[in-house]
Ligand binder design. Structure first.
Ligand code: G
Ligand code: G
Ligand code: G
Ligand code: MN
Ligand code: NA
Length: 257
């Protein structure tokens, strides 16, 4: 067997046992309202603490979990864990959870969301689901119906990594979206004139469409000032807070509440 194939099989095998062995965890990164400076919620970010591989970042296992189908139970675990954690935050603070296209296309996704909310006691209005354009790309009727159903419950839908995929603008017309998250690559290069023009245009688009715009990857005061001056509603990034353990984020949220 090819060495790459062998390594891949080993990764799949390790991933397969990681959920029952409770090797996954969630970190939480705060999201701030730029105008008021208040923390309005946090995004759950998955971590895999493997006994043999160390801490593995999601970029190195989510795609594999999607291919093997593990993402369905893993995503459901993340949703329940995120809601259970947010249940002890000050009331009104939102919890954002990343959702894979594979989860949305699998049957029963809406049911598992409703169940996670009911079990935790967190109201639907506090939950945000972050999806990427790959979710919307095949325009499946199931996905559209599921998104409408979830939104009907009061859950917010955020379009993640905005600006990096295909025909982002078309999706905004066809799909029910409450929020767009500007990909951090644009914020990183925001002192480039053309990139700044794109960022201002996305912010303006959000305002026109009544969609909240969140800037990701904000690392400097200069970036935050530019975003504030141009009316961007929310910001997330190392300047505001790094992804942190549940206990640390709880302390931060209680301090600010
Ligand atoms: O935490 P950060 O660096 O490494 O995350 C990298 C990417 O992995 C994020 O952009 C996010 O989209 C994705 N990710 C993080 N947590 C989850 C999760 O629980 N489910 C899914 N599907 N993707 C996640
Ligand atoms: O976008 P995903 O849902 O894609 O998002 C969060 C990812 O971005 C996580 O991997 C997180 O660790 C990372 N991240 C969060 N804040 C910053 C930041 O300010 N700078 C950079 N480079 N990455 C960040
Ligand atoms: O937060 P996350 O585990 O996704 O971190 C992704 C990468 O970003 C890691 O390599 C981590 O060391 C790095 N990182 C974490 N916090 C910060 C920070 O405050 N500033 C910068 N520049 N990098 C960070
Ligand atoms: Mn995200
Ligand atoms: Na993102």
């Amino acid at each position: 067997m090819d060495a790459t194939v062998q390594a891949r099989r080993a990764l799949e095998a390790d991933l397969d046992t990681a959920l029952p062995r409770q090797e996954f965890d969630l970190d939480f990164q705060p999201i701030m309202n730029i105008e008021s400076g208040e923390i309005v919620g946090a995004e759950a970010l998955m971590r895999w603490h493997s006994p043999t591989r160390g801490t593995v970042a999601p970029d190195n296992f989510i795609a594999v979990a999607e291919e093997t189908g593990l993402i369905v139970p893993l995503g459901e675990w993340a949703l329940r864990k995120a809601c259970a954690t947010a249940a002890s935050w000050p009331p009104g603070l939102r919890i954002a959870v990343n959702v894979s296209a594979v989860q949305l296309k699998s049957g029963g996704f809406a049911r598992s969301v409703i169940s996670a909310l009911a079990f935790s006691g967190v109201p639907a209005s506090r939950l945000e689901l972050e999806i990427t354009e790959t979710v919307l790309m095949d325009e499946s009727e199931t996905v559209l119906k599921t998104l409408r159903q979830l939104r009907g419950l009061g859950i917010r839908i955020a379009l993640d990594d905005f600006g990096t995929g295909y025909s982002s603008l078309g999706y905004l017309r066809r799909f029910p979206v409450d929020k767009i998250k500007i990909d951090r690559s644009f914020i990183r290069d925001i002192d480039n004139r053309d990139t700044a023009a794109i960022v201002r245009t996305i912010i303006g688009l959000g305002a026109e469409l009544g969609i909240t715009v969140t800037a990701e990857g904000v690392e400097t005061e200069m970036q935050l000032d530019m975003l504030r001056d141009n009316g961007c509603v929310e910001a997330q990034g190392y300047l505001i807070g790094v992804p942190s353990k549940a206990a640390d984020i709880q302390r931060l949220l209680q301090l600010r509440a």
